[in-house]
Design a protein around this ligand. Structure first.
Ligand code: TPP
Ligand code: MG
Length: 585
């Protein structure tokens, strides 16, 4: 307080000036909010604890996790579902490294995500003087990120956040790293200068219109095909061009294969869906149109025996049309005769416009051959699903899950494991776009609970997760998070006592069990009960059905331990051929 008798000029002004200051914490929050980002997935600690508090205080949803990897996976899939970058917030070095896995995952899967990590003092880190959690995080993030930035001055927070958003969502989306050293947060600057330094990103993911000659080239190739095939990838799901994609597929009359996370773009029960005839249509097709799908390992690189090639590297003779946002994607594995570069929505609508009204249906022989193969396989599968063996196996359990998803087509569906993944993907039909989210490009374990949390938070829908018992373990502690936020998530652990199966033995006869084997008869359902969630043990399809129906009715966080025959799985699930040891067997 100034002297009342002789008020010092400037005292009041000083106070006012103080009130008009802002700081780094506030500017980060303001920059995110200005760009419509309202949720943070993170884990508090030095130097970002106050950022989590103040973000919550400023009305953002701040979801706190038990491990940064799970927060990161949550952020990555939130990005996929919303086309806005999902934000993961971590502490320095170890927290950053825990989040890094998810950042790499986002980049590889083309999900927009921003990993924001606090970091230690630059001058100490750079001289390697042994600071608290010392690490050159920016350098470490760069190789696995689409872009990586560091902000040193509060005035630059607006630019840093804007660049991160643009990099994450434009072109082919990916993971972006944003490094905020501890000192940044407490920096004070004039509030109006701060406000003026913020940037509301305009047209962050601009449409990329395909060239007319490229559209014509693609349509000419497709029109001349005798045995055409369309493959929909998760890029097509990301694009949110659902009506046009469906119209394109239906107007062409061409059989289509959805990649795992593209299931439901058209209902899996659609008559043109060729999933049940995959091993027939891939080698059989003469022209293949890829829409937002890359010819990576998941499609056997577009060559080899899967595609009818003689040897494992031989071309099967297919000609490819590739619709992709990245001009570098074509020819990555085999020749692409008609690359169509642009955003999926713009490309698909250009294709539709170019098709005109007199598009010829594919030759009837091809359609009937595909239908015959498909119906045969579906009938065979129906027989297997109708069995009710004791103990329960993957098929009899998944027959129940299939019914439940059919009855709840709006539910989000999370899936990871090996057999628990592969059987589920082929047995459980999806009916709507972007409902199925799973292990993605790398086939990683650990996405489970992070995906469940983000899916519930973003969509507000019921979430159903089908988890291998090994897969679940990677993020299992987050059942506490499910309970803490009271999320409508029903986790089903397909418990076959181990990785792939529970029957391996230690060849030495020693006391350790085999590396793939877990505690027999574990009760995963007890875990969630510790936090007030609902646990259920299911040894029969009827028990599983009852427990899942109750979970969906109550919307309570629920974990069902589904006891599966420990003999039921195969090594590596459906990718045994990639396993060098299994090959020798
Ligand atoms: C991060 C990570 N670590 C390890 C693996 C190797 N891996 C592939 S599937 C799998 C677990 C399979 O067991 P489970 O989840 O129980 O499925 P099941 O086949 O038994 O149904 C593991 C460990 C991986 N894919 N990702
Ligand atoms: Mg298992």
């Amino acid at each position: 307080m100034g002297n009342v008798e002789n008020p010092v000029a400037g005292t009041v002004a000083d106070i006012q000036r103080l009130q008009e200051l802002t700081d780094g914490f506030q500017l980060v929050i303001d920059a995110l909010k200005l760009n419509g980002i309202d949720t943070i997935y993170g884990l508090p600690g030095i130097p970002i604890t106050d950022l989590t508090r103040r973000a919550q205080g400023a009305g953002m949803r701040v979801l706190s996790f038990r491990h940064e990897q799970n927060a990161g996976y949550a952020a990555s899939i939130a990005g996929f579902l919303t086309q806005k970058p999902g934000i993961c917030l971590t502490v320095s070095a170890p927290g950053f490294l825990n989040g890094l896995n998810a950042l790499a995952h986002a980049t590889v899967n083309c999900f927009p995500m921003i990993l924001i990590s606090g970091s230690s003092e630059r001058e100490v880190v750079d001289l390697q003087q042994g600071d608290y959690e010392e690490m050159d995080q920016l350098a470490i993030a760069r190789p696995v990120a689409k872009a990586a930035f560091r902000v040193l001055h509060a005035e630059d927070i607006g630019v840093g956040v804007a660049r991160a958003i643009r990099a994450a969502v434009s072109g082919r989306p990916g993971g972006v790293y944003l490094d905020f050293p501890a000192k940044l947060f407490a920096q004070n600057i004039d509030a109006s200068a701060g406000r003026n330094s913020l940037i509301k990103v305009v047209d962050a993911a601009p449409r990329q219109i395909p060239a007319p000659d490229a559209v014509k080239r693609a349509l000419d190739l497709l029109r001349g095909a005798k045995k055409p095939l369309i493959i929909l990838g998760k890029g097509a799901a990301y694009a949110q061009a659902d009506a046009d994609i469906r119209a394109l597929v239906e107007k062409t009359g061409i059989p289509y294969l959805p990649m795992s996370m593209a299931k439901g773009l058209l209902p899996d029960t659609h008559e043109q869906c060729a999933s049940a005839a995959r091993s027939f249509v891939l080698p059989g097709a003469d022209v293949v149109m890829l829409i937002g799908a890359r010819l990576n390992w998941l499609l056997s690189h577009g060559k080899g025996k899967t595609w009818g090639g003689k040897g494992h590297k031989d071309w099967g003779g297919q000609r490819f049309i590739q619709v992709d946002i990245s001009p570098q994607e074509a020819d990555s594995n085999v020749r692409v005769d008609a690359p169509l570069v642009g955003d999926i929505g713009s490309c698909v609508s250009a294709l539709l416009a170019g098709m005109g009204s007199a598009w010829p249906k594919p030759p009837a022989e091809w359609l009937s051959a595909v239908a015959e193969k498909k119906n045969g396989n579906i009938a065979k599968m129906a027989e297997t699903l109708a069995k009710n063996p004791t103990p329960m196996n993957f098929h009899s359990a998944l027959a129940v899950v299939r019914d439940i998803v059919k009855a709840n087509p709006d539910a989000m569906f999370v899936n990871e494991g090996a057999n628990a993944l592969d059987f589920t993907r082929s047995i459980v039909d999806m009916y709507k776009p972007r409902k199925r989210i799973d292990v993605g490009t790398w086939g990683i374990m650990g996405i489970g609970m992070g995906y469940c949390i983000a899916a519930a938070v973003v969509t507000k829908q019921q979430v159903i997760a089908i988890e291998g018992d090994s897969a679940f373990g990677f993020s299992g502690m987050e059942v506490e998070t499910l309970c803490r936020y009271n999320l409508p998530v029903c986790v089903v652990v397909m418990n076959n006592n181990g990785v792939y199966k529970g029957t391996d033995v230690n060849p030495t006869g020693g006391p350790d069990v085999a590396p793939t084997v877990f505690v027999k008869g574990a009760r995963y359902d007890k875990l969630i009960e510790a936090f007030g969630g609902v646990g259920a043990n299911a040894t029969t399809p009827a028990e599983l059905r009852r427990a899942m129906e109750e979970a969906i009715r109550s919307r309570k966080p629920t974990l069902i331990n589904a006891v599966i025959d420990e003999n039921a799985g195969t090594e590596s699930g459906r990718i045994t051929s990639l396993n060098p040891t299994a090959k020798k067997k």
